[in-house]
Design a protein. Sequence first.
Length: 118
Amino acid sequence: MPENQERARVGFPLDPPDEDGWPPASSEWLWVLRLIADVAKIDNIPFFVRNLALGDLLQTSVDGDGRLRPEERLKWSGHCTIRVTPFAEGAPWRRLSGGAGGRPVHGPPDASAPDRGR
């Protein structure tokens, strides 16, 4: 990490849990590199937060308790986050899209995926 970049954490509020209790948290805290006072770069792979990936740039603000909060994504990094969740045979597809026990996987900008013939 360059010496002029401070590492900090940004708290993202999550949607209320669904009928299965997912997500099991009310917020997720991600590491960022603070580039300037109100702009930060995501520095880890999100697990629960959607539409965000490693390297994305965010506008941030400081809340009343002095914690860093996201305002908006300023620039997409070109990276993606893919959540892989293995389940036993017969598990409902809905749970695969965000179910517990999964693991986020980083997809670099130059990665390609096979055509699934949608």
